[in-house]
Ligand binder design. Structure first.
Ligand code: 1CP
Length: 342
C-alpha cells in the first residue's frame, strides 16, 4: 500500500520530494521480455480479464526498473469492451472495431458502464495490486476525443479525417458521443480509485491533431467533465496528450493536477503554459535508442531546466517504444534518482 508521502504523490501535489519521481507511460508491455513470454500463451484481453495476470504484468516493470509508480495494465478500450462493444486487439496494430461508430443509431450501443459487474476483473486486479505494491498505483482511462477517434475510425488512424468530419459536420451527435464516452471513462476511473488506485491519468493521446478553437469548443468540455467529476475523490489527476503545445494552456484549465508535456515543447515553456499545476515529461522516447551518454545528457537537460522546482514527474514525452532496452530504462530511473537526491 502506497503512503501519501510517496515521492510520486508529493510531486503531483507540487511538494518537495526526496528525489524526482520517475515512471514511464507504457512501462508494462512489449519492451519487457517477461511480458512477451506471457503474451505467447495469452491473448491481450485474456491478460486484462484475469486479475492475477493483470497484477503480474503491472508489477513486472516496477520490479525490473525501480520506477516510483505502477500503472495498471489494461487499455483505453477496456471499458468499451466491457459494455459489449466488439473490439479486437490486433498485434502490431492496436484496437480494431468490428462496427465503427457512424450514426445516431450507434449511440444505443454505448450503454452506461456498471463498474461492479462490467469491470469486476479490473477492480479485483487493483485490490490485489494495492496490497502487493510499495509504490502508488496509477489508474487510467482514455479521454473522450481519443476514444471517439478509435470508435469512429474503426481503429488507429494517421489523420483522424472521419473523426473531424463527424465533429464538425454533426456537432449534436458529436456532443452526445463525447458525453457518453466521458461518462464511461469517469465511471471506470471512479471504480479504479474506489478499489485503491492512488492517482489517475486521462490519456488524450491524439488530441494534438486538433485546431485549438475546435478543442475549446468541441472537446475540452467533455474532458473537463471527466476530470472535474473526480474532484471529490482527492487523488491527483494527470492529463496527457501528444503534440499538445498549442493546447497546454487549456488542458491546464480542464481540471487536472498534473499535465503531461511531450518533447516538442521545452519543459519550462510547457510548464509556463500549463500554469500552477505539476508537470510530467518530457524525454523524447526515440532518444532511448541512442548511446547511454546521450540518454543521460538529454535527461540532464530536462533536470537542469527544472532546477529542483517541486512538481516535476520525470517521464517520456510518450510511451516506451516496443524495442526499448529495459536495461537503459532501469539505468535512466537510477540516473534521475541520483541526480536529484536531496
Ligand atoms: O499485442 C499486444 O500486446 C498489445 C500491445 C498493447 C499493450 C501492451 C496495447 C495495444 N495496449 C497495451 C497496454 C496499454 N495501453 C497500457 C498499459 C499500461 C502501461 O502504460 O504500462 C496503457 C496505459 C495503454 C493505453 C493506450 N492504448 C493508449 C494511450 C497511451 C498511448 O500510448 O498514447 C492508446 C492510444 C492505446 C491504444 C492502443 N492499444 C494498443 C496499441 C498498439 C494502441 C495504439 C494504436 C495506435 O497507434 O493508434
Amino acid at each position: 500500500m502506497a503512503d501519501a508521502q510517496a515521492p510520486f504523490l508529493r510531486a503531483c501535489r507540487r511538494e518537495a520530494a526526496p528525489h524526482t519521481p520517475v515512471w514511464f507511460m507504457r512501462q508494462a508491455g512489449r519492451s519487457l521480455p517477461e511480458f512477451r513470454a506471457l503474451r505467447e500463451r495469452h491473448s491481450f484481453f485474456d491478460l486484462v480479464r484475469s486479475p492475477e495476470l493483470t497484477a503480474e504484468v503491472t508489477l513486472q516493470p516496477v520490479q525490473r526498473l525501480g520506477v516510483d509508480a505502477a500503472i495498471l495494465f489494461s487499455d483505453i478500450v477496456t471499458p468499451l469492451q466491457a459494455i459489449g462493444i466488439d473490439v479486437e486487439m490486433r498485434s502490431g496494430v492496436g484496437p480494431v472495431f468490428a462496427h465503427p461508430f457512424r450514426t445516431a443509431a450507434d449511440l444505443d450501443r454505448l450503454r452506461p458502464l456498471e463498474p461492479d459487474t462490467d469491470l469486476a476483473h479490473v477492480i479485483e486486479a487493483v485490490r490485489i495490486l494495492v496490497k502487493e505494491l510499495d509504490v502508488p498505483l496509477i489508474g487510467f482511462a482514455g479521454a473522450p476525443f481519443t476514444m471517439a477517434s478509435y470508435l469512429v475510425e474503426g481503429g488507429p488512424s494517421r489523420d483522424w479525417a472521419r473523426t473531424k468530419a463527424l465533429m464538425l459536420g454533426d456537432p449534436e451527435l458529436w456532443r452526445a458521443l463525447l458525453d457518453r464516452l466521458a461518462s464511461l471513462s469517469l465511471a471506470s476511473l471512479r471504480a479504479q480509485v474506489g478499489a485503491g488506485a492512488a492517482a489517475v491519468q486521462l490519456f488524450d493521446s491524439w488530441v494534438g491533431a486538433l485546431d485549438p478553437h475546435h478543442y475549446a469548443e468541441s472537446v475540452m468540455p467533455a474532458s473537463a467533465k471527466v476530470l472535474r467529476g473526480l474532484a471529490d475523490l482527492g487523488v491527483p489527476r494527470i492529463h496527457f496528450g501528444v503534440s499538445t503545445g498549442e493546447l497546454l494552456g487549456m488542458m491546464g484549465k480542464a481540471g487536472a493536477d498534473v499535465v503531461g508535456v511531450d518533447w516538442r515543447t521545452p519543459i519550462l515553456d510547457g510548464w509556463a503554459r500549463v500554469g500552477p499545476l505539476a508537470v510530467q515529461g518530457n524525454l523524447d522516447p526515440a532518444i532511448l535508442g541512442a548511446p547511454w551518454e546521450v540518454v543521460a545528457r538529454e535527461a540532464d537537460r530536462i533536470l537542469d531546466a527544472i532546477d529542483g522546482r517541486p512538481g516535476h514527474i520525470f517521464n517520456l514525452g510518450h510511451g516506451v517504444p516496443a524495442d526499448a532496452d529495459p536495461d537503459v530504462l532501469a539505468r535512466l530511473v537510477d540516473h534521475v534518482h541520483r541526480r536529484t537526491q536531496t
